[in-house]
Design a binder for this molecule. Structure first.
Ligand code: SF4
Length: 308
């Protein structure tokens, strides 16, 4: 790719790849499923009229679901807490492209305190989901402070951590961090983000199984992506490989209408066909919910075939 073009694309949306994840790419093959997820493409400059900067309505003022800088309150009994906007890698399809990697969107101490205060004053909130950015890019001490603050909130029942670190840098899943998580006053679920079975390496397997053996439960969310996992064979291999490492496939997301991502999107109709093909090919507990986020910020809707 010419240098100028590369600069134009990455000035719109930054590039970031961990050495470990880079090592998984077949560098001579631009159709490689990991390459497609992480290496900038000139197709990102093709912005369609229906594409949005905020495709899931995080900031929709009409819904007022972002009452604070570090907090999104979309469903009554759970909130998203965004302590950082930094990620270990910058996925080309990211639905929060508008903010990830921008330090201006990192929560300051006062933003976090305002979020804790909000959660304390809303007894209907039962679950906090740490997301971002990637919360596991924070240091152990910063994470411990957050977990202790949340742990002290009586009405909270559970904490979830959304992270791509098990995929792009599994070495972050240290035993020390695992101990810290398991010692939290609240049960903590980890939701990873594997999109292709090639990401489930022996290193990822060992680190995840170590945390699971310590008592940390894992889920996985995938995004349906063109040229990455949009075939029955690829999805079947992904979901079966996940249950082999004891990770429950939870969601398969219809890719959001993010600006400059049409080359990575698959139609809903194709998604439904794939789901139909998968029925009977994998056990029921390995089949995730196929969902789409509404663009107005009202949350997820299930995408389902009509069965009698
Ligand atoms: S790790 Fe998650 S938040 Fe970060 S760029 Fe990838 S999809 Fe977006």
């Amino acid at each position: 790719m010419p240098k100028d073009l590369f600069h134009e694309i990455t000035s719109n949306y930054r590039m970031g790849i961990t050495p470990y994840y880079f090592g998984l790419i077949n560098q001579y093959d631009h159709t490689d499923p990991i390459y497609r997820q992480i290496v900038p493409s000139s197709e990102e400059l093709n912005i369609l009229p229906e594409e949005l900067l905020d495709p899931i309505g995080d900031e929709n003022p009409a819904r007022g679901s972002r009452p604070l800088k570090a907090l999104i309150h979309r469903y009554t009994n759970r909130v998203l807490l965004i302590p950082t906007a930094q990620c270990a890698v910058y996925c080309r399809f990211c639905f929060r492209k508008r903010l990830v990697g921008d330090t201006a969107h990192n929560a300051r101490e006062e933003d976090l305190h305002a979020a804790y205060k909000y959660i304390r004053s809303h007894p209907e909130i039962e679950e906090v989901i740490l997301t971002g950015g990637d919360p596991l890019t924070l240091g152990d001490q910063a994470l411990l402070t957050i977990l202790n603050e949340l742990g002290s909130i009586q009405h909270l029942r559970v904490i979830r951590i959304h992270t791509r670190l098990p995929v792009v840098n599994p070495f972050r899943l240290t035993s020390e961090l695992g101990e810290m998580i398991i010692s939290s006053q609240k049960p903590i679920w980890v939701s990873a983000h594997f999109n292709h079975s090639a990401e489930i390496t022996e290193t990822a397997r060992q680190h995840i199984l170590n945390w699971i053996s310590m008592g940390i439960p894992f889920l996985n969310q995938s995004v349906l992506l063109r040229g990455v996992n949009d075939s029955m064979k690829a999805l079947k291999e992904l979901f079966l490989s996940l249950i082999e490492i004891k990770v429950k496939p939870y969601y398969l997301h219809q890719a959001d209408l993010v600006q400059g991502t049409s080359h990575l999107r698959v139609s809903q109709q194709r998604g439904l066909e794939l789901l139909k093909e998968l029925q009977g090919e994998v056990p029921g507990y390995a089949l995730p919910h196929y969902v789409q986020d509404n663009s107005d910020g009202s949350g997820k809707i299930p995408l389902q075939n009509q069965w009698v």
